[in-house]
Design a protein. Structure first.
Length: 325
């Protein structure tokens, strides 16, 4: 949004590339040249549209100035090469009109070129000013002066002003005068040095803003740490519950298969947890119930019954197991 004379040279190079490519018979080269020219002309128009939409007229006029530079000097470079290669030119019946158009184009090109040089000069002076001012502020900081804010915020090129919001003990006027002399020796003579110190309300406000920002960051960090700890605690409790459930679970399907192999007369086997209390404590008892086939003799049932009970207690390793038939 701040074009200068360098953009003029870029536009001239683009125009030269265009006419050299167009003067060749290759279609592929022509396509590349067209894309290159479109790339040079479209971005300034897009930036101008954005600046106009957002009300930022400095961006709008800067982008339009760049578009004008590209348009004029691409055309100028193309015209110069056409003249050099002696392409057939359009002949005006009225020679006075041709001279008027040529004179007008020359004046416009000169004005645009002069404006780009002036813009480049201003940009150079601004960068030089900011570089020297930044060096000056860095040297003060290295000397033990506590200056608040970023360097870019404290440097004002338009007003030729350097703001120094100082934190800490008040600096004597003699020291401030020495700073001004040093600034002049560095090449910024006449620049206003705005030293803000003591009971200045702006400094206090900046310090308070920094404290508030630090406090907010600490709260965010603390809140995140607490949230992480809370999640870790929940995960730990869930893992404990899962371990307890896994340890206390009875693999009924597998136990049933084994029991059917060992006790072929067994008809049915069921399992449940029974909660019991003696009004002093609560206990959970695992209860197994089983039935034998009716065709099995009672004598066989009486023999197999205690074997099944002992096998279940041994298989499940439970002393509190209750077995009933």
């Amino acid at each position: 949004v701040r074009p200068d004379v360098r953009d003029v040279f870029i536009a001239l190079a683009g125009g030269l590339a265009l006419i050299v490519a167009v003067s060749r018979p290759s279609t592929q080269i022509n396509t590349i040249a067209g894309v290159a020219i479109a790339t040079a002309l479209m971005p300034p128009l897009c930036t101008a549209g954005y600046g106009l939409a957002t009300g930022n007229f400095s961006h709008f006029f800067g982008a339009m100035f760049l578009f004008t530079i590209n348009t004029i000097f691409i055309a100028l470079a193309t015209f110069a090469i056409v003249k050099y290669l002696r392409f057939p030119m359009v002949k005006y019946i009225n020679s006075a009109r041709r001279k008027t158009i040529a004179r007008f184009a020359s004046v416009v090109a000169f004005v645009i070129f002069a404006g780009s040089i002036y813009s480049f000069y201003n940009l150079f002076k601004e960068n030089q000013f900011k570089q020297i001012a930044s060096t000056f502020i860095i040297e003060l900081k290295d000397g033990g002066v506590a200056i608040l804010g970023e360097d870019d915020e404290n440097i004002d090129y338009v007003r030729k002003k350097i703001k120094l919001p100082i934190l800490g003990s008040e600096r004597p006027q003699s020291e401030i005068d020495g700073w001004e002399v040093k600034l002049a020796d560095m090449g910024l003579k006449g620049v206003e040095l705005d030293v803000q110190q003591g009971d200045d309300s702006e400094i206090r406000q900046q310090v308070q803003d920094l404290r508030d920002l630090y406090s907010q960051n600490q709260k965010i960090i603390t809140s995140r740490d607490e949230s992480i700890k809370e999640k870790d605690e929940k995960i730990r409790l869930l893992e404990q519950q899962l371990t307890r459930i896994t340890e206390n679970s009875v693999p009924l399907y597998r136990v049933g298969e084994e029991a059917q192999v060992l006790f072929s007369a067994l008809k049915e086997l069921s399992y449940s947890d029974r909660i019991r209390t003696n009004f002093k404590s609560i206990d959970t008892i695992r209860v197994f119930e089983f039935d034998w086939y009716d065709s099995i003799p009672r004598k066989t049932v009486r023999e197999q019954d205690p074997k099944l009970r002992n096998w279940l207690k041994t298989r499940l390793q439970l002393d509190t197991l209750r077995v009933s038939s």
